[in-house]
Write a protein that binds this ligand. Structure first.
Ligand code: SF4
Length: 147
């Protein structure tokens, strides 16, 4: 199965702070025979590493902590991620929890106080609206158990 994954899970240092989020359970999917398709929506949208941390606002914009509006970059990246998913026939995406691009079901609330709220990152939401099953790494084991 072709599975779309957040690139930072594979050790790519693409997070805003130049770190990665290497996740061995994602690597195990590759060992189990799945074809992983890595994407980083924020880099695909034209943003760099490092970059200012950003959060999705209640009005739908994405603002950096220093007040820059990066909504267009996030939307561009989200659209490119959907294209890549469709080009590769992906029906499942495993994306990083709580990211303003990749989060599914729970994200930070836009106040930069580490406060969580219900919501979706822009790329995750676009994929989900297109019928692609999106989950984060914290729900992967339950999915594997049930599939
Ligand atoms: Fe990882 Fe997604 Fe953030 Fe890129 S946008 S660093 S893939 S969580």
């Amino acid at each position: 199965m072709n599975i779309l994954v957040s690139h930072c899970f594979l050790g790519e240092p693409c997070r805003y702070d130049g770190a990665s989020r290497l996740d061995r359970q994602i690597i195990e999917l590759h060992r189990a025979g799945h074809n992983l398709i890595p994407v980083c929506p924020e880099l695909l949208g034209g943003l760099d590493v490092p970059r200012s941390p950003a959060e999705l606002q209640p009005d739908g914009r994405v603002l950096t902590q220093d007040g820059q509006d990066v909504t267009e970059e996030y939307l561009t990246g989200a659209r490119r991620v959907l294209e890549i998913a469709q080009e590769n026939g992906c029906t499942v995406a495993i994306l990083k929890a709580r990211s303003p691009s990749c989060g599914s079901g729970e994200i930070y609330d836009g106040t930069f106080t580490r406060t969580l709220t219900r919501g979706w990152g822009l790329a995750a939401r676009l994929l989900e609206q297109a019928g692609i099953g999106v989950m984060d790494e914290e729900h992967l084991q339950a999915w594997l158990y049930n599939s």
